[in-house]
Ligand binder design. Structure first.
Ligand code: HEM
Length: 140
């Protein structure tokens, strides 16, 4: 379940970019770049998460890439909760809440993979309450 959540937050990161302001000149060693005091550094999380240099077939939903034995990316290329001393304070709570929400959904609904675009323009999953007769669903 952790891998599914990690992969979801990679593709659909809630915070698409971060910004930091330098409080002093800072040289990025080995690059010839110096960030000047007060310059804003923009960190494009959405783009980094979908960069094939960091994640093979980045547009593909593949939770297995987050299984411990498969993790191949640099930790700073996966930043749904930010990083460093100002990273998300609620990360653990958020992860727990996501698991509880998923648990409740799986408990109450049956998920069916579908190729058909749904009404809202979403492709992927159709949620059907367990009480619905699936044969009736097939006829529509
Ligand atoms: C899926 C849910 C969440 C996501 C994706 C998320 C993501 C983030 C991100 C990206 C940051 C900025 C980190 C950075 O700049 O390095 C942040 C900061 C923060 N988040 Fe979350 N967050 C989530 C849920 C929560 C929850 C549930 C709480 C509290 C109950 C929370 C509290 C905070 C706080 C207080 C900060 C500011 C930390 C600081 O500036 O020192 N977040 N979050």
């Amino acid at each position: 379940m952790d891998a599914v959540i990690d992969e979801t937050l990679r593709l659909y990161t809630a915070v698409i970019f971060h910004e930091r302001v330098a409080n002093e000149d800072y040289e990025l060693k080995g690059t010839g770049i110096t960030i000047k005091k007060d310059q804003v550094v923009h960190i494009p999380i959405y783009a980094i998460h979908r960069d094939p240099e960091h994640f093979a077939d980045p547009e593909v939903f593949r939770p297995e890439r987050f299984l411990t034995e498969n993790i191949a990316h640099n930790p700073y290329t996966y930043l749904p909760f930010g990083a460093g001393p100002r990273n998300c304070l609620g990360m653990r709570l958020a992860q727990l809440e996501i698991k509880l929400a998923l648990f409740n959904l799986v408990h109450r609904y049956v998920f069916h993979a579908t190729e058909k675009p749904l009404e809202q323009g979403v492709t992927g999953f159709l949620i059907i309450p367990k009480s619905v007769d699936l044969r009736i669903e097939k006829r529509t």
